[in-house]
Design a binder for this molecule. Structure first.
Ligand code: NDP
Ligand code: GDP
Length: 341
């Protein structure tokens, strides 16, 4: 029997990767997309028209539309990826963030229950390593206490618990993927990795003079989005629903990311100064290429993030295939091609 999947947030980075993975596996894929969305998934997937790919206009705040879509589509699997996914924006728009990330998730759970699909429809919830916040434990695993440090993380923690609650109360197949940062060539440049790879290429080609960044010492566990899409799918293929940390287990600083990306375009970066006065200098020419701008700092920064993906490795057989260096190379290569066009 052909499986049917519904993906919320299909126009985003992860929506693009999971829809491609599911279409390749022969699924019929339905995607929820906002009318205002400017992203064309067909372009990202390089598939002009796929007969197994269908779109439904809907906003995650619109419960009555969500319930009608689920009734029509009757999905075997739902991947809930729609979110206000920026930590930085969540400080400015905490209520909006909660409406989409927390209540949007509740809308899906309620729709499944109300339609009597508890035994048919499995739900993957895109949770985040940000729920560990300023954790006292490193690396973080499924048993690490949650200490969220920003409105985004708090909104995702509500979604995490409501998923656990519906799984336990109504015996529904619901999984939280507690995913650490994952990037790709289609990551928007509002996130630091893509901001850096794009800037490295633009500076090399003479289209940009400098790159302004926030906290250069911040560390993240950065993986490749394609690998994380596979983990999402694997969770829904198990006999029992559960929650899994999805991470690489390695951590790098923003400063490391800058060095790797600029090296890829043939520029060695040397650092001078400290704190707000820290500068990244082109070792070959002496030009200052990177400066710190306080506007990119957060009111409060989550501490060292590094996930322990042992449970996913043991139970799902999941291992990340792309390491940090390969990820940076892939992103820079893509940005070099875009500049050529
Ligand atoms: P993106 O920001 O790239 O995509 C978010 C998607 O949500 C977009 O398709 C966007 O649509 C959609 N969306 C936003 N608001 C609404 C709304 N009100 N109604 C309907 N759709 C909406 O995120 P990613 O693909 O990177 O992440 C996918 C999920 O995984 C998110 O939930 C994110 O929080 C979570 N996550 C991501 C991590 C990462 O490092 N990438 C790490 C941990 C968790 P539109 O095109 O209209 O803007
Ligand atoms: P996040 O982990 O989901 O918030 O992903 P981001 O890519 O937005 O940020 C990753 C880390 O990079 C955070 O610790 C930021 O504080 C840090 N950072 C440093 N400079 C910048 C910047 O200019 N933009 C962004 N987005 N993050 C920055």
């Amino acid at each position: 029997m052909t499986k049917v999947a519904l993906i919320t947030g299909i126009t985003g980075q992860d929506g693009t990767y999971i829809s491609k993975l599911l279409l390749d596996k022969g699924y019929v894929v339905h995607g929820i997309k906002r009318e205002s969305s400017t992203t064309r998934i067909e372009d990202n997937n390089k598939e002009k028209k796929n007969v197994n790919l269908h779109f439904h206009f809907c906003d995650m705040t619109d419960y009555s539309k969500i319930i009608r879509i689920i009734q029509d589509v009757c999905p075997d699997e739902i991947y809930n990826l729609a979110a206000q996914s920026s930590v930085h924006t969540s400080f400015d728009r905490p209520e909006y963030t909660a409406e989409i990330n927390s209540l949007g998730t509740l809308h899906l759970l309620e729709a499944i229950r109300t339609l009597g699909l508890e035994k048919k429809t499995k739900l993957f919830q895109a949770c985040t390593g940000e729920i560990f916040g300023n954790s006292l434990e490193t690396p973080q695993n499924e048993n690490t206490p949650f200490r969220p440090q920003n409105p985004y993380a708090v909104s995702k923690l509500y979604a995490y618990w409501i998923c656990v609650n519906y799984r336990e109360a109504y015996d529904m197949f619901v999984c939280n993927g507690i995913m650490f940062n994952h990037e790709s060539p289609i990551r928007p440049d509002s996130f630091v990795t893509r901001k850096i790879t794009k800037a490295a290429v633009r500076i090399k080609k003479g289209f940009q003079e400098k790159l302004y960044l926030g906290n250069l010492n911040a560390k993240r566990d950065w993986g490749f989005a394609g690998d994380y899409a596979e983990a999402m799918w694997l969770m829904l293929q198990q006999d029992k629903p559960d929650d899994y940390v999805i991470a690489t287990g390695e951590t790098h600083s923003v400063k490391d990311m800058v060095e790797f990306a600029f090296r890829e375009v043939g520029i060695e970066i040397e650092w001078e100064g400290e704190g707000l006065d820290k500068k990244g200098i082109n070792a070959g020419t002496g030009e200052v290429l990177i400066e710190v701008d306080p506007q990119f700092y957060r009111p409060i920064e989550s501490s060292l993030f590094v996930g322990n993906p042992s449970k996913a490795r043991e139970k799902l057989g999941w291992v990340p295939r792309v390491n940090f260096e390969e990820l940076v190379k892939m992103m820079v290569k893509n940005d070099l091609e875009l500049v050529k066009c």
